[in-house]
Design a protein around this ligand. Structure first.
Ligand code: GAP
Length: 557
């Protein structure tokens, strides 16, 4: 793995460079903080600014903390909760739907609208099953699964780890098993200690290296204990399980009506490649982008919205002229990895939590030339946030031969004909949502009081501004605050809060991740200015409504 956050002595890491670039893209923010610090006036928060700032990792929060925070604050709810839930599905609450939409909007603006070489598409979720035969999904889109015959639980074989245990004298004592997770070595050592104790054998326990169940010898299947019961002899051999959800289309439900809910949005792009070329003025190199739902019947949906059964993807297929000059195609691929990494940093993800992992040649799909994953340090460990693959000409060629319709592109100038190659950056909206949320989580101390806040970039923050009338019992102040609220509402999602003291209202907005709060007070009635307070620094300054509107619009870009 190539860790980007750390750099060799004296050199500047790519992530640090990109972080600097993203920071430079928000000079208005920095100017505000500087000016605010110089002209600070306080509404109940003092002037010292926050201390003891801790990130999510420093606070040692785990996924259960994130799940309960999401539910408490209306970001994400478990699906079908009143019917005891439905594993692998989630509902997004009032703040969640805003954050989600803002992430999708930022991606669409940056990957489609602000580029001259990318166009958009919205293809159907259910399409001809022949697409999935041609793409290889019917035959090969599967994960190896293992059943526990006793507990009836099902596991992904590549996520079920086991090790041989020997006692202190080196004599074989049995096996331990555990599911993939953080700090597995320590968990395996603990389980091995417990096994020796149960067998009344002396330690210390000696463990063989952990292997996943796909690497088990068939003679070991019956010896590895089930993670559900802790007893051996109940696990089946691994079998392939196709992840596509089946449905039937039309009145008949026989073999001819079988269709699939798409497991990725990409194939809709490939099957429309010729349509887009002939109905628009695109020229290779160009991209087609799509945001849409995807469905996978994951064996073990895990880690909240990180791996769910219904999720949304933001995928871009960037069509390029094929070349066998390795330096050339590697540079094209690397440029997209850098573009995508910069995008994540640009929407506020902490560069220190991001890294790049290049797939080793033996781990690449047979058609892929290269693949790099953008990784994020989630509370459960470093895992894939986005994949960026060079897929060669595999997809277009497959569809051309299965449909009998050419996928060739004709270069208008040279008249050369070829099937383009493709580079595919693909990221899940939900995974990006989780990364943005985890990266934004912080705890600090303001005026001696502990505070929890979400430091969202203003562009993705669910609520951009909280508007507060200082007092409820002054009609002029209330009227002025309502007017300002209405004005900001034309362009942004803003909140109006007149309940409780200002300090408590600030805290509510900090917890929702609202970057700015404005207070309409008695001075507003005299000179029209309001107090603008910055969430992260808690610095305040007075601004006119026009200045405020321009500032918020700028900060949310
Ligand atoms: N078209 C390529 C493709 O679908 P993938 O690596 O299977 O590749 C791309 O998926 C991205 O979609 C992943 O990097 C991840 O962000 C997201 N994703 C995949 N499966 C997911 C799941 N079960 N739940 C949430 N997000 C998922």
């Amino acid at each position: 793995m190539l860790l980007l956050a750390a750099s060799a002595a004296g050199s500047v890491s790519p992530a640090a460079r990109l972080g600097a670039r993203a920071r430079a893209a928000a000079p208005a923010m920095r100017r505000l903080v500087r000016r605010a610090a110089a002209t600070e006036t306080s509404v109940s928060e003092g002037t010292s600014g926050p201390t003891d700032v801790k990130t999510i990792l420093e606070c040692k929060k785990d996924m259960s903390d994130i799940v309960s925070l999401c539910k408490r604050r209306g970001f994400v709810y478990p699906s079908s909760e009143i019917y005891s839930g439905f594993a692998g599905f989630f509902d997004y609450g009032p703040l969640g739907v805003e954050l989600r939409n803002n992430i999708k909007r930022a991606w669409w603006e940056d990957m489609v609208q602000r580029r001259d070489d990318v166009v958009g598409l919205d293809s159907s979720i259910i399409a001809s099953p022949r697409i999935w035969e041609a793409s290889g999904h019917v035959a090969g889109f599967s994960d190896p699964m293992v059943d526990c015959k006793e507990s009836k639980q099902r596991f992904r074989a590549d996520q079920l780890f086991f090790a041989k245990v020997a006692d202190g004298a080196g004599a074989h004592a049995g096996y331990v098993s555990l599911l993939e997770g953080a700090d597995m070595e320590a968990a395996a050592a603990k389980a091995a200690g417990a096994l020796l104790k149960k067998l009344k054998r002396d330690g210390p326990a000696q463990l063989s290296p952990l292997r996943d169940f796909t690497e088990a010898d068939p003679s070991e299947y019956a010896l590895v204990p089930s993670p559900a019961t802790g007893e051996p002899g109940t696990l089946t051999a691994p079998r392939d399980f196709n992840l596509m959800f089946q449905t039937s289309v039309g009145a008949m439900t026989d073999g001819s009506s079988v269709a699939y809910l798409r497991p990725e949005t990409a194939q809709g792009i490939f099957t429309n490649f010729k349509n887009v070329v002939s109905s628009t003025r695109v020229k290779v190199p160009f991209g087609i982008a799509q945001i849409g739902k995807a469905f996978r019947n994951e064996i073990t949906p895990r880690n909240f919205i990180f791996r769910s059964r219904e999720f949304e993807q933001m995928e871009l297929e960037y069509f390029i002229k094929p070349t066998d000059v390795e330096e050339e195609w590697r540079a094209q691929h690397a440029a997209w990895v850098e573009t995508r990494l910069a995008w994540h940093i640009g929407i506020g993800i902490d560069p220190a939590l991001l890294s790049i992992e290049q797939h080793k040649p033996d781990k690449l799909a047979h058609y892929a030339r290269a693949c790099s994953d953008i990784m994020f340090k989630f509370p459960f460990g470093v895992s894939e946030l986005e994949g960026c693959a060079h897929r060669g000409g595999y997809d277009l060629t497959q569809h051309a031969s299965a449909s009998g319709k050419s996928a060739e592109y004709t270069d208008e100038e040279t008249k050369a004909k070829y099937v383009p190659h493709v580079i595919e950056p693909s990221v899940g909206v939900d995974r990006c949502f989780l990364a943005v949320l985890c990266s934004a989580y912080a705890e600090d101390v303001v005026n001696g009081e502990a505070r929890t806040l979400l430091r969202f970039h203003p562009r993705v923050a669910p609520i951009k501004v909280g508007v507060f009338p200082l007092v409820k019992n002054n009609e002029q102040i209330m009227e002025s605050a309502r007017e300002l609220h209405k004005r900001l509402q034309r362009r942004h999602n803003v909140a109006f809060d007149a309940a409780g003291n200002i300090g408590r209202r600030y805290r509510r907005m900090d917890e929702a991740g609202t970057p700015f709060c404005v207070t309409v007070d008695f001075q507003t009635l005299e000179d029209g200015t309001v107090t603008l307070r910055d969430r992260d620094s808690t610095a305040q300054r007075r601004v006119s409504p026009d200045e405020l509107v321009a500032f918020v619009a700028d900060a949310c870009e």
